[in-house]
Design a protein around this ligand. Sequence first.
Ligand SMILES: Nc1ncnc2c1ncn2[C@@H]1O[C@H](COP(=O)(O)OP(=O)(O)OP(=O)(O)O)[C@@H](O)[C@H]1O
Length: 369
Amino acid sequence: MSIRLTNISKTFGKTTALYPLDLDIAEGELVGLLGPSGSGKTTLLRIIAGLEQADRGAQAGRIHAGRIHFGARDVTNVHVRDRRIGFVFQHYALFRHMSVFDNVAFGLTALPRRDRPSSGEIRTRVHRLLEMVQLETFANRYPAQLSGGQQQRVSLARALALKPDVLLLDEPFGALDAKVRQELRRWLRHLHDELGFTSVFVTHDQEEALELSDRVVVMSNGRIEQIDEPDTLYRAPANRFVFEFLGDVNRLEGEVRNGILTCGDARLAVDLPNGHQELLMRPHELRLTINPSETTHLPAIVTAIAPVGAEIRVELEADWLPSPWLATLRHADFERLDIRRGQRLYIELRRWHRFDKDPASHAGFALAS
Ligand SMILES: Nc1ncnc2c1ncn2[C@@H]1O[C@H](COP(=O)(O)OP(=O)(O)OP(=O)(O)O)[C@@H](O)[C@H]1O
């Protein structure tokens, strides 16, 4: 089921939670709403759900006539219970006094008699769902006898029991530890692909959004900053906010004169006009070398080293740097350079980014990689 939002806005008294926005979600897509606290993610999700009404009528001299379509159906005024939506919330919200089986069956057994499947069908469907979330042997347990991750899998099964067209998840893994989160992300992706529903989830975790989503909607202050596939977002951010929000950033500010940017005793050849410039780099866009090159002189001291999974994070300081830089290296490069704390190295830039006041970004290469 595709979802189309047109001209949707929301104000709470004097607070504008959402400025007028449009959003198209394709059938079968898994879309993440990502943004800092207060950016409007939950409000947008609740409007899609029908738990919150978008603004109507004229406000501040503008006409707000937002519409929501699920496929060809205009659901703007359709009640939440008739929108065929499954929900998963951060706090599992399972019924404590009901077994896992009864929790998953709840939506089905509560249906009016004419819509309710037979008890045999309900049993089959619930067992199939519990099998999908690999909890079939837990059917008779109570929520308190399950781990957080297991409870959230029950929530997922419960949300899917009514075969929703759309699954909405609000920080579904927010209360779980890192490893369980990772596992549940794989679960969700797998179930989503197998069952083919359309999903929208809210998160403030960049990694989660990038790993799980087909497309990510990046929000700030009630506005959509960018909608793109994770890879595009990371490589071609629409503006500085998106760039900074999506990962660690190293900053180099200096004066450019005749193609050389200078900052203290640091120098870098750049293809930029004369004047003050600010370049931004991701940690993996730095390269460390033993000697400076002809075009780049960025000396720094290694102040910390931390192996994190498949890479090594190296912190660098220098007199010309107001705050430390972070470089990420592959283990092989780290070993080849024999890097130690206190060592003096030279930084080269594989790539840098620059954001003007206008929204278009500019990226440059300082080094052929
Ligand atoms: N019921 C409400 N009454 C008044 N203001 C509200 C209400 N709900 C949300 N807001 C305001 O609307 C803005 C957006 O809130 P929203 O919960 O959508 O943000 P969010 O991005 O989901 O944040 P978080 O990640 O902290 O949940 C905030 O300024 C919030 O204070």
